[in-house]
Design a protein around this ligand. Structure first.
Ligand code: DGJ
Length: 325
């Protein structure tokens, strides 16, 4: 076979590759659930309940009722195999937000005192001018979430949201706020139904905010404001959620625009041997949102330095915490 023919064969094989490499998580591949359907959990977050991870995100499937907005939930014990649980939120415009209204970046918290699961999401009109969070609650993690209300946290504009739960169990919302040009890290009220105290205004016009606590340092990560287009995501650190935060640095070579992805969540896996931190990001396809892909990759992180390695298939042992690629 000529070299050209061999190259063509290889390109075809790569194009035909259906999804995740078996036994590994493959960044950018189509990721199928237990039904063989493409996972719809964009702009997502993870809540761990006992030994199960629940992945919530925007369901952008084709053929859904155009008047409704959907949040889907999937469950997994190993982060690789995901079982579809339900469209846990199927909502008609709850407050006359108007045509093109939206729900983005849902995140679920569990409140041990009230025993309620509380879903936060960015809710907005079609022009992104409303800039609020919406809240829905449920008695079960994958149950039907009931819409409660929307508001501007601390009276501030809020668009992309992220979630952070500290080691002491305290829950925080991260939200991008204009015109202050920064994103806010704010503590939730005891029942999680409000946002009550600003911890930090991280002084950078960033969105897709996420936080992780690792070896005594808080790492905050975010993307620049370029709509659906990727850009070089950045990080900063602090010893306290109240700052001060270091200068922001790129998490990957800037020309590669975070390997065509945008930050969503930092997931910490504490195992018996080590702790791994996983960067969860979206590779958006704005004209075919249903086919947007996920870039999940273990980070190289230590001593105030954070690096997103070049994406490639990887595995994790949930018990030991060891990630390999
Ligand atoms: C970037 C945000 O991170 C996404 O969640 C979405 O709101 C797009 N902007 C819309 O342009």
């Amino acid at each position: 076979m000529s070299r050209l023919a061999a190259c063509c064969c290889l390109a075809w094989l790569l194009l035909l590759r259906p999804g995740n490499v078996s036994g590994a998580i493959t960044p950018g591949a189509v990721w199928f659930d237990n039904r063989g359907q493409q996972i719809q959990a964009h702009g997502g977050g993870i809540l761990k309940v006992d030994d199960t991870f629940f992945w919530f995100g925007e369901d952008r499937s084709q053929g859904l009722d155009p008047n409704k907005r959907y949040v889907s939930c999937y469950a997994s014990k190993d982060l690789e195999h995901w079982t579809f649980r339900d469209q846990v939120l199927k909502l008609s415009d709850p407050e006359n937000f108007g045509p093109g209204w939206l729900i983005e970046r849902p995140k679920v918290f569990y409140n041990a005192a009230t025993k309620k699961y509380v879903l936060y999401a960015h809710v907005d009109d079609g022009t992104y001018k409303l800039a609020r969070v919406g809240i829905a609650i449920s008695d079960t993690v994958d149950g039907n979430y009931r819409y409660l209300k929307s508001f501007r946290p601390l009276g501030l504009e809020s668009r992309d949201i992220g979630q952070f739960i500290d080691d002491d169990g305290t829950a925080y919302l991260i939200f991008e706020s204009r015109p202050t040009k920064g994103f806010v890290i704010a503590r939730l009220s005891p029942d999680y139904l409000n946002v009550e105290k600003q911890m930090s205004l991280v002084p950078a016009p960033l969105e897709g905010g996420a936080v992780v606590h690792y070896k005594g340092l808080y790492y905050v990560i975010g993307s620049h404001l370029t709509g659906w287009s990727p850009n070089p995501n950045v990080y900063a650190t602090a010893t306290s959620l109240e700052g001060p935060w270091t200068e922001f640095k790129n998490i990957a070579p800037p020309a590669l625009k975070t390997y065509n992805s945008q930050s969503s969540t930092l997931l910490r896996i504490i195992g018996t041997k080590t702790t791994s931190v996983i960067f969860m990001a979206d590779q958006w396809k704005p004209k075919e949102l249903w086919d947007s892909r996920y870039l999940w990759m273990p980070l190289q992180i230590d001593g105030g330095q954070l690096l997103l390695p070049e994406p490639r298939p990887w595995t994790i042992d949930i018990n030991t915490g060891e990630a390999k690629y």
